[in-house]
Design a binder for this molecule. Structure first.
Ligand code: FE2
Length: 246
């Protein structure tokens, strides 16, 4: 079975459309989304509708999805992120809001061997940045594979015989082979707001037969996504950062 792993779309329809085209050309048996459909971008409604139509789909909520639904205060958000949460709250249609607000909180185990979380398995809001965070995360993972998002960086951490290692997956065409006896924490990178100075949308495909995970980057119509952000009256920094990939 081929799983498409994607996360952190953040209301960026142009990036999602490229991903959906990419998925059409590959036989995807299952879609996995790790949270943050909305926030930052100008197309939350279209994103929710398009993602929920993917089948079969495993999906969990992200911190922005949660904040829009008032599950959490937005005290921890910076002013620009908070402004986009307020805008999103105002602009998401009722039916889409219902879907957004009923998303499950991670961690969630699927198909007996894959754990899904947004930030970390012990806290959906925690960022896994570095081996120390990864070691704490591994302590909460019993499956061989845990998928996470939230940082917007494509990354793989491994744990074998209590040694934790992390690798940033820059550029194109990265592939890893899952080994017996090693646990993996994998982040596919972000679809709608990459932050690793590569402005292309990021995703991964896990093939459970070959035990390989491939990482991809895809160019999309950044200018169109930016135009919509500015037209919507969202902070201009949210448009500018898309070009820079930060
Ligand atoms: Fe995010």
């Amino acid at each position: 079975m081929r799983y498409l792993i994607f996360t952190d779309i953040h209301g960026n329809l142009e990036a999602l459309l490229v991903l959906l085209k990419f998925a059409q050309r590959r036989k995807i048996g299952h879609y996995i989304f790790l949270g943050d459909l909305v926030g930052y971008g100008a197309d939350p409604n279209e994103i929710i509708q398009k993602v929920r139509a993917l089948k079969p789909l495993s999906i969990i909520r992200g911190n922005h999805d949660k904040a829009v639904c008032d599950h959490d205060s937005i005290q921890t958000f910076n002013p620009i992120a908070a402004a986009s949460i307020h805008w999103t709250k105002k602009n998401v249609k009722k039916k889409n809001m219902e879907y957004l607000c009923n998303l499950k909180k991670g961690p969630v185990t699927i198909h007996n061997h894959i754990l899904l979380c947004h930030g970390a398995p012990f806290d959906e809001d925690h960022y896994i940045f570095g081996e120390f965070d990864a070691a704490e995360a591994f302590a909460h993972v019993t499956t061989p594979l845990c998928l996470f998002g939230h940082t917007h960086f494509p990354f793989v951490y491994t744990e074998k015989e209590h040694i934790v290692d992390g690798t940033f997956l820059s550029g194109d065409s990265n592939e890893i082979k899952l080994e017996e006896g090693t646990k993996y924490l994998i982040n596919p990178g972000s679809i709608g707001q990459p932050r690793d100075r590569d402005n292309r949308a990021a995703c991964a495909i896990y093939d459970s037969d070959t035990k390989k995970i491939n990482f991809y980057r895809m160019e999309y119509e950044i200018r169109e996504a930016q135009r919509k952000i500015l037209e919507a009256g969202l902070p201009s920094a949210l448009a500018e950062r898309l070009t820079l990939g930060i």
